[in-house]
Design a protein around this ligand. Sequence first.
Ligand code: ATP
Length: 392
Amino acid sequence: MPDSQNLTKAPRPEAAGVAKAGAARPAPVGAEADSPAVEFRNIDIAYGKFVAVRDFSLSIRKGSFVTLLGPSGCGKTTILRSIAGLVDISGGQIMIDGRRVDDVPIYKRNIGLVFQSYALFPHKTVFDNVAFGLKYRNVPKPEIKRRVGKALEMVRLPGSEKKLPSQLSGGQQQRIALARAIVFEPQVLLLDEPLSALDANMREEMRVEIKKIQKETGITAIFVTHDQEEALSMSDRIVVMNAGSAEQVGTPEEVYEAPATAFVADFLGKANMLAGTVSGSGQATSVVLASGQTINVACPRTLAQGSKVTVVVRPQKLSVGEAASANRLSGRVVSASYLGGSAIYEVDIGGKTNIRAHAPISGRVLREGEAIDLGFDPEGCVLLDGDGQRIS
Ligand code: ATP
């Protein structure tokens, strides 16, 4: 199949010299009560001596849309390919629908694949491209015709059967690739950065389309991207990856509003990370920032005075002007970007790091050098300890 072109298989585990996973390992991150569609149990994947994925565990609920999100090289594609059997795991187990599949060959796994590069057969018509997986599975001709027609309707390209891929736009080709992947009703649909080759408008349109088709078909989808907006807007759950491991698993709201670590906070949405020292701990924790200003942060734990912490505040949680917020930071505008109804300000509040605020405009846009007051509530931020782990 074209899907498997240019994909390098990992060496056998024995050759990689990576130990098999031990028996006593922790329960999977994000385990579901229902029987999972896909389950990774402490998998390791190595390319030669380089371990690309380490002790990765995850349970994916049937019919859900799960995104592996992370920076380039963190192992997203490697994990995705391991589901299809395109790379070997060197430790742990992969289960699909409760069945262990580590030793099941690619062609026997019922998996649909969509890649960034479309990977359509250029000289075959749309019909033959979409029908490929069905012919391969010996489905009778009338049934192939019916299913191809239905898949093309689903991706909103009915009647395009006789066209060649070269007669279609990038977005249309990607729709055909999607039709080809769903036409044989796979157990799992794997999408590896399917939108990155498209222009911005088409990308947004396809986000909505893919999500709609996934919901309509009820198929379990695993999506790989390094684009946080894509992940936040499309996913039921997001797995934030860092250096071959899952850093946090949660709903888009959870990973955005309550990042578990400094890495997640920073990777998702340009958070302000304000270093400070605890000066008092009661109903709220008081933190003296590097700028000398003190703020209060909601925290369920009592923290020792003098503890080093980082206050994480999203730019959207900061108000500008006289709003009655419990915390107030005063500074000067370093830069202002007008965005229509709102503006992004970079503000010098003293100390080494400037603060970024993204707030609706009340009155006029402040100019560079003008004094500015930023407000936010103690509940509107997250507190990280000295090791970058969330404490509130
Ligand atoms: P990107 O977003 O850039 O595609 P990714 O998170 O999907 O990145 P992977 O492609 O899974 O990352 O790669 C994880 C690590 O494994 C990277 O360091 C990469 O260089 C390495 N790697 C991937 N494929 C191979 C291979 N065939 N041989 C050797 N190393 C590889």
